[in-house]
Each structure stands twice: as structure tokens, then as C-alpha cells.
Design a protein around this ligand. Structure first.
Ligand code: AMP
Length: 139
């Protein structure tokens, strides 16, 4: 069965489209975190970003830049969060990859981010850096 977002893209379920391209579309989130909260959705259906076709991934940068510029202009927001919940453990509810574009204002009361990290040990950074470089070197 097609994903919820594929059904919206195909017109079987209503969606408030703000951008329609061959590779990417954007709709307004039905439960917005702030007015203007958009979802940038690939037409190709895959759960995770890294599973998307190369052409779709190549089109992501331009589509995202276009959408974030439009959201800034339309809402007057001076800042945005771009968030990807890339898998259920990260909070993904709809198993069709998408990016949230959320307008932000000074003192809007939203949490600044998900990244309440503590200072890492130098050895831990070095070890993780080595693991990531090795993973990137894999074909
Ligand atoms: P995620 O948790 O990253 O999978 O986010 C899924 C998002 O899809 C949520 O923010 C929902 O509010 C949004 N959503 C669910 N159904 C619809 C719909 N029919 N139209 C627009 N947005 C939707």
C-alpha cells in the first residue's frame, strides 16, 4: 500500500501544496508547530533519506533552499528549524522520508533544539571520528 504522503501527492488525500516539482513537493503540516510549518517530501517513496534515488537527493538542496526562502518571506520569520526524523526511533511517524521546515521567532518558547549534549572526551571524539571516516570510506 502506498504511503500517506504518496496518496497526498497522487491526490487521493487532500494536501495544502506550496511547491510541486518532479522530484520534491512541499505541503503544509496538518499539525503545525508554528504557522507556515511545511513538509518537504520526495515524490519517490523510501523511508530513509539514504534510500532515495540519486537524482532525488541531488534535487534536495535546491528544493530546500527555495522552500526555506519562501517560508521566510511568507511568515517573516528570521530563523527556521529544518528537521528530519529519519526512522521511528528518531520520532518518524510517517514512513516516507520528509523534512520539516519550521519557522522560528526570538522568544517563541519552543525548545532551541534536540541537542542538549555534554562536552565529549577527546578520546571519544577521536574514536567516533575514526569510525565515521571508515564508514564513509566503504563503497
Ligand atoms: P514525522 O513524525 O517526522 O513522521 O512527521 C509526520 C508529520 O506529518 C507530522 O508532523 C504530522 O502532523 C504530519 N501529517 C500527518 N498527516 C498529515 C496530512 N494528512 N497532511 C499534512 N501533514 C500530515
Amino acid at each position: 500500500m502506498s504511503s500517506l504522503f504518496t496518496r497526498i501527492i497522487q491526490g487521493q488525500i487532500p494536501g495544502e501544496f506550496v511547491l510541486r516539482g518532479e522530484l520534491w513537493v512541499a505541503i503544509l503540516d496538518i499539525n503545525p508547530s508554528a504557522p507556515g510549518h511545511c513538509l518537504l517530501i520526495p515524490v519517490a517513496e523510501a523511508q530513509h533519506l539514504h534510500e532515495l534515488p540519486a537524482a532525488t537527493l541531488a534535487g534536495l538542496g535546491p528544493a530546500l533552499a527555495r522552500l526555506t526562502a519562501a517560508v521566510r518571506r511568507a511568515t517573516g520569520c528570521p530563523a527556521l528549524n529544518v528537521v528530519v526524523n529519519d526512522g521511528p526511533a528518531a520520532g518518524q511517524e510517517v514512513p516516507h522520508a520528509h523534512l520539516h521546515v519550521i519557522p522560528r521567532f526570538p522568544d517563541d518558547g519552543r525548545r532551541a533544539g534536540l541537542f542538549g549534549g555534554k562536552r565529549a572526551e577527546a578520546a571519544a571524539l577521536a574514536e567516533m571520528g575514526a569510525r565515521l571516516r571508515a564508514a564513509l570510506a566503504e563503497p
